[in-house]
Ligand binder design. Structure first.
Ligand code: NAD
Length: 499
């Protein structure tokens, strides 16, 4: 087996990433405008490609959250009564505004996350498409029009907004994850309070500033702060009717536990550890390219990342050689370093340390690092694209999210073993199957316990199809008409009109 000695060189930006005017106004976005936080505490925001502080935002309080919820409550009846066309028009206008400001939003997103330009561009394009798709979908929702099921009675089933939705988003795709929630939540007539990740709130705040005049005051509110304060308050607040979180399993468990006290609905999009099952009959070069793009996109800080390869033992060596060759040519760098830069930094010093710890543990466990495996000399929080081989069943690296540019490779000998091992995980978000056998391409996905299963592909998403998990990955659905269902409720009205 080839063991590569590649030392990754790194591209670094030479110009400043942001101008002061790029930043959103300071404060919390409540009732249609930015207002000062009641908290004097603030979070420093870092550019993880340099480690430099680029801005500060309030570490919001329970009082900020309550004020935002009150604004959302005040707006909910009129927004809920708007016609689908009116709501759809607003979403189309939002899509247009994001498009007009795409360069600014890409700059903010990459400065706050360190994303390479290609990833930031893709994020903003996908956010635009999310609003466009949802604007169309908003006008297609029907409920059961009418039915006569009891003598002298006619039943009408209405689809209604749930009311006020609390939204908690992660740092890996800040604006895109906000778009995945804001679009369907508004489309079906809810109002919302969104808490972005304390590490990456800039693009969400900027979006609120840009679209403020397109929505009635109070329909969209953004409160920055920690999960423990603002997120917790959204989960417990009596006037929040549904709480939606995209984040880690642990945070989802806490939110669901708190929400149970007020019996509010919960929408969970949690972590993942996607198995990539490669059969002996697969196109191995295509699979290696698929793992390169699907495993290292956003530096592997991706809940559906192709990070856990299970390859048939008959082709394991050939596949690993192809994968190592692919990974060795990945370009590492920060934003502003060219359209072909693929892998950026880890989001923070703490996450950088966690990924290094996972690599140290892999070495301690006697696993082989076929390529990469080290941090890149500073500044910034870069880890080399890494492939770990010789991974036995049940190894930590294959079971737990590393959430970095690290792909592990295990082998299997039978189809039965492949299915059993792939399903042996707490997560159930995404998986892929690589085969040229027609029967396998139909039969294996049915037996895999994941919300998305790709065949001969990985990490291809579209606004029309649902995204969400099973098991520890949660049970909400983003994108597609299913998201509109998740954020609405049905009501049966039965009319007694006599014989
Ligand atoms: P995280 O769980 O640390 O934080 C996510 C959000 O939850 C943040 O806004 C945080 O402030 C908030 N939060 C944390 N504790 C909370 C609490 N007790 N109460 C309320 N809110 C709380 O996750 P992260 O590190 O920002 O993001 C990475 C995780 O998100 C990974 O596990 C990844 O797989 C997952 N993710 C999942 C999807 C998906 O679609 N399923 C998409 C993106 C990210």
């Amino acid at each position: 087996m080839t063991v590569s000695e590649t030392a990754f060189s790194i591209r670094r930006r030479t110009s400043a990433s942001l101008a002061p005017l790029d930043l959103p106004p300071s404060g919390q976005f409540i009732g249609g405008r930015f207002v000062p936080s009641t908290s004097a505490l603030a979070f420093d925001l870092e550019d993880p490609s340099t480690g430099r502080i680029i801005a500060k935002v309030p570490a919001g309080s329970v009082e900020d959250t309550d004020a935002a919820v009150a604004a959302a409550v005040a707006a909910k009846y009129s927004w809920g009564a708007a016609t689908p066309k009116e709501r759809s028009d607003a979403l189309h206008r939002i899509a247009g505004i994001i498009e007009e400001n795409r360069e600014l939003l890409e700059r903010l997103e990459s400065a706050n996350t360190g994303k390479p330009d290609a990833v930031a561009k893709d994020d903003i394009s996908s956010a635009i498409d999310t609003f466009r798709f949802t604007a169309g979908a908003a006008r297609t929702l029907t409920s059961l029009a009418a039915g006569a099921y009891a003598e002298g009675h006619t039943s009408v089933i209405l689809r209604e907004p749930v009311g006020v939705v609390g939204v908690i988003t992660p740092w890996n795709y800040p604006l895109l994850m906000a778009a995945w929630k804001i679009a369907p939540i508004l489309a079906v007539g809810n109002t919302l309070v969104l808490k972005p990740s304390e590490q990456t709130p800039l693009s969400t705040l900027k979006l609120a500033e840009l679209i403020a005049s397109e929505l009635p005051a109070g329909v969209l509110n953004v409160v920055t702060g920690s999960g423990k304060v603002v997120g917790q308050r959204l989960a417990e607040h009596q006037d929040v009717d549904l709480v939606a979180i995209t984040g880690s399993v642990g945070s989802g468990q806490k939110v669901a536990g708190t929400a149970a006290n007020s019996v509010k609905r919960v929408h969970l999009e949690l972590g993942g550890k996607a198995p990539v099952v490669i059969f002996g009959d697969a196109d191995l070069q295509a699979a290696a390219e698929g793992v390169r793009s699907g495993g290292f996109w956003n530096a592997g800080q991706e809940c559906g990342a192709a990070c856990r390869v299970l390859v048939h033992e008959s082709v394991a060596e050939e596949f690993t050689d192809l994968l190592v060759r692919e990974v060795s040519s990945i370009v590492v760098g920060g934003p502003g370093t060219g359209p072909d830069t693929e892998v950026g930094p880890m989001i923070s010093r703490a996450h950088f340390d966690r990924v290094q710890e996972a690599l140290k543990a892999a070495r301690r466990d006697g696993l082989r690092i076929a390529v990469g495996g080290s941090a890149v000399e500073g500044p910034g929080y870069f880890i080399e694209p890494t492939v770990v081989t010789g991974v036995p069943a049940g190894a930590d690296i294959a079971g737990n999210e590393v959430f970095g540019p690290v792909v592990s490779v295990e082998t299997f000998s039978t189809d039965e073993e492949a299915v059993t091992r792939a399903n042996e995980t707490q997560y159930g978000l995404a998986a892929s199957v690589w085969t040229t056998n027609a029967a396998r391409s139909m039969n294996i996905p049915r037996r895999l316990d994941f919300g998305t299963v790709w065949v001969n592909s990985h990490l291809v998403l579209a606004s029309e199809v649902p995204w969400g998990g099973f098991k520890g990955s949660g049970y909400g659905r983003d994108l597609s008409l299913y998201a509109l269902e998740d954020f609405s409720r049905t009501k049966h009205v039965m009319i007694n009109h006599g014989a």
